[in-house]
Design a protein around this ligand. Structure first.
Ligand SMILES: *[C@@H]1O[C@H](CO)[C@@H](O)[C@H](O)[C@H]1NC(C)=O
Length: 220
């Protein structure tokens, strides 16, 4: 893994010191969805690596009106402990659309911020890319595309296309891996990998939002 550049270090320390921090995926995405500064306060951009970061309001694009059923997209941005992952879901269009509509139910497995920031590499980094392309693997527009594809796999590994999801039911995540969960001492444990579910944070019309103390293995 390459060592972070100085601006990344600053952002990393911001991350470490701020619970409201979000990882910020790169510029391309910011141009598509500029940060809304009309609220009178600015959201701190968080990690300016190859990607992502939106205000935590979560319902930015949904155009929901009072009386509409509440969707995962309405609640995911409001859970402070997982707002890094929430930002990732908003950057993957197929996922953000899915979470914004009631046509398909979803169980979202959102790793805690503390888990994401402690990963040995960023979710969009793939050692194979560094091996093939060197330390500039994620620079330029091709690099951003590459990072985006990698991030997408990470997010898709945390999206279960079923809800309610029953104990011991083996399901394939959108990334294709097969997972299930069991309950031990009142706690849900996702397998394989013994990943503990911290809480079921929300149950809404199109599914559930689970908070994880680990990450699901994803294809690389
Ligand atoms: C989708 O979720 C809702 C709310 O939990 C549930 O009532 C409904 O049966 C689910 N639909 C499917 C196809 O699982």
């Amino acid at each position: 893994m390459k060592s972070p550049n100085p601006s990344q270090l600053i952002l990393l320390s911001l991350l470490a010191s701020s619970v409201s921090a979000q990882l910020v995926f790169p510029n391309v995405l910011r141009q598509r969805k500029p940060i809304d500064r009309t609220q009178g306060h600015e959201q701190e951009p968080i990690l300016n690596l190859p990607h992502v970061g939106m205000p935590a309001s979560g319902d930015g694009d949904s155009g929901s009106t009072p009386g509409d059923p509440v969707m995962i997209s309405d609640v995911i941005g409001k859970e402070r402990g997982i707002n890094i992952f929430a930002g990732f879901t908003r950057d993957i269009e197929s996922i953000s659309n899915r979470l914004d509509h009631g046509t398909e139910n979803t169980t979202v497995l959102a790793p805690l911020n503390s888990v994401v920031t402690q990963l040995p590499r960023k979710p969009w980094e793939d050692p194979k890319d560094y091996a093939a392309l060197g330390e500039n693997a994620y620079e330029g527009s091709k690099g951003e595309d590459r990072a985006h594809r990698n991030l997408r796999r990470f997010v898709e590994a945390h999206v279960v296309p079923v809800s309610p999801w029953k104990e011991n039911d083996k399901v394939k995540t959108l990334d294709g891996g097969e997972i299930w969960y069991e309950t031990k001492d009142g706690k849900k444990i996702i397998q394989p990998g013994n990943i503990e579910v911290d809480s079921v944070a929300n149950r809404v019309a199109n599914g559930e939002l689970w908070v994880l103390k680990g990450i699901i293995n994803y294809s690389q």
